[in-house]
Design a protein around this ligand. Structure first.
Ligand code: AMP
Length: 567
């Protein structure tokens, strides 16, 4: 029934979309001239909206607001090329609520729809709605994972003016027959480029097909990849195109640095890198109020966060595999200044509005250059100064070159504060971390042999399992044990997520939180597997070599004279 309805609707919708496209005026009016409007009161927003804006303390519209609000209020489609931090959320929320201030929603038929790539972003948009509708009687529902369907159904049943959702959760509700999208008058797609990265474009296309072709579309993306261009050509009708300067590339107030880092040994790379991160944090001293540390992989988010905590830093992780309640608590803590260091994955942190982050550390060079721009855009917001430091390993050099190409400038190199690799090792052995709490403080006075045991500590989740197996035989240094536990925990989570991947009907919300990192995670676990097998190959080769006696005990030494004489 639903499929038949959908197929029919899609056919009609596609015909209408095509017809609308053909009727499009060849020359599209430009709204750039209206950027010079300097007052919200010039924008024709509802008086109650203006009052809420005044309460929020905004003095004048940002360029994306000045550009997008007038055409949106005229009922036109808008294509906003702007990233987070430019005020783009208000640029669609303010006209939407002005347009919706008249009329009422019917049961299960929302009057408007906002699609966001992640739960956090959706929740943030919902907060914006609350701020700007404080003097209005508009209802909203937030459809994201981690919230029970039942609660969401109750709201939808009552009828909502604004539905804010991640694409998967929205389609889940639709497929359960709980939602009718034929009354949607305004549809917003936020962070379309991130939707593309996360593999949601087919879902978005499907949702477009479920809404009336007469709807108004407000479409936002930080970049215009060819696939995004295609979608906008298909589904937007004569949009007003507003492009605002990219915050990060133009952001002169962000001091950017990179430290080229090479580990003394491949199997020490991870721990030496974490040591370097701690040193860089320490060196910032008082200047560092709060920081976000970005890692490419969720496993590393956990490991880095645990390791920082162990060394006495106030750190907590955020990534898509964590419980929603934990993610919310962590974010709240970070926003209200209780938490100092947020260790984050790209997906979880994308679009988050944390107004005053003094520092961003890139523990890894992001594999998509575009993510660098988003990451560093967390700092230096609203005209404040910000500082960002990235760690670049030799294997990251290609990605690093992509980043420099994208931002169109060279990122100044910082000397490794730990000096050469050899110095780094000696520093590791003799200096306690500045902020270590006594009970967490890892033992720094290790004997030579215990230091060499440290080098055996597991650096990756894969190695951690091996380490766990041999735990009873090897007496590890406390620090190594700590790292092993962290890594092992992440390993335990893995089979479950693999099982989810194989499940025939996986809840989409989980997919949403996972998709964008799945590729990099699997790639990295491939690499880890490759690295670990090459490491074990290396170990076997070492075993064959006999250079002096050292730790090596050639087998003939172990034979007794009796046995030799017997053979
Ligand atoms: P966004 O790009 O939507 O993530 O917004 C970034 C931040 O800018 C949010 O904290 C908004 O509250 C704030 N903001 C939005 N519009 C304005 C404005 N016109 N003046 C000052 N701050 C604003």
């Amino acid at each position: 029934m639903i499929e038949a309805y959908e197929a029919f609707h899609r056919r009609i919708g596609n015909m209408a979309e095509r017809a609308a496209r053909d009727l499009r005026p060849k020359k599209q009016p430009q709204y750039r001239e209206r950027h010079d409007l300097t007052k919200f009161s010039d924008l024709n927003l509802a008086p109650k909206v203006l009052k809420a804006i005044e309460d929020a303390g905004y003095e004048s519209p940002t360029p994306i607001q000045a550009g997008a609000i007038p055409p949106a209020l005229e009922g036109r489609d808008v294509l906003g090329i702007a990233q987070t931090g430019t005020g783009k959320t208000a640029s669609f929320v303010l006209p939407m609520i002005t347009l919706l201030s008249r009329g009422r929603a019917r049961a299960r038929m929302p009057r408007s729809l906002v699609l966001c790539p992640t739960r956090e972003l959706a929740a943030q948009v919902a907060e914006n709605f609350d701020t700007y509708t404080k003097y209005m009687k508009l209802t909203k529902a937030l459809l994201i994972g981690g919230v029970s369907f039942k609660e969401q159904d109750i709201l939808i049943d009552k009828g909502v003016d604004v539905l804010i959702a991640t694409p998967g959760r929205l389609l889940d509700h639709f497929e359960r027959g709980k939602l009718i999208l034929s009354d949607v008058k305004v549809m917003v797609v936020d962070e379309a480029d991130r939707m593309l990265d996360m593999g949601f474009i087919p879902d978005i296309e499907r949702i477009f097909g479920l809404t009336p072709f007469t709807r108004q579309t407000l479409f936002f993306s930080a970049t215009m990849a060819p696939e995004i261009e295609r979608i906008t050509n298909t589904f937007l009708s004569a949009p007003a195109r507003i492009e605002v300067a990219r915050q990060a590339t133009s952001g002169e107030n962000i001091e950017q640095h990179v430290v080229m880092f090479k580990a003394s040994r491949r199997d020490r790379a991870a721990s030496e890198k974490r040591h370097l991160l701690r040193t860089l944090i320490d060196l910032e001293g008082e200047k560092l109020d709060n920081a976000i540390v970005f890692c490419n992989r969720k496993t590393d988010v956990d490991i880095v966060s645990q390791s920082l905590k162990k060394y006495g830093y106030d750190a907590a992780p955020i990534h898509g595999d964590l419980e929603q309640s934990q993610r919310n608590a962590t974010l709240d803590g970070f926003r209200n200044g209780k938490l100092k260091i947020l260790v984050a994955s790209d997906v979880a942190a994308r679009g988050l509005d944390v107004p005053s982050v003094t520092h961003v550390f890139n523990f890894d060079v992001p594999s998509h250059a575009e993510d660098y721009v988003h990451r560093i855009g967390r700092t230096g917001r609203a005209g404040r100064d910000g500082k960002t430091i990235m760690l670049c390993e030799p294997r990251d050099e290609k990605n690093f070159a992509d980043v420099e190409r994208l931002i169109g400038k060279e990122i100044p190199r910082l000397d490794n504060p730990l000096g050469t690799v050899a110095e780094a090792e000696s520093t590791t052995s003799h200096h306690a971390p500045v902020e270590v709490k006594s009970e967490d403080k890892p033992k720094r006075t290790r004997s030579r042999s215990s230091r060499s045991r440290k080098s055996d500590k597991p650096e990756t989740a894969v190695e951690a399992t091996e380490a766990k197996a041999s735990e009873s035989q090897t007496q590890e240094a406390p620090e190594a044990r700590e790292e092993a536990t962290v890594a092992a925990k992440t390993v335990e989570a893995k089979p479950e997520s693999r099982a989810r991947e194989r499940a025939p009907r996986e809840p989409r919300e989980q997919r949403e939180q996972r998709t964008s990192q799945a590729a990099s995670d699997s790639k990295s676990s491939e690499n880890r597997d490759r690295n670990s097998s090459s490491r074990s190959r290396g170990r076997r080769d070492d075993d064959k070599k006999v250079v002096g006696l050292g730790d090596h005990l050639p087998s003939f030494i172990a034979l007794s004279f009796d046995e030799r004489s017997a053979s």
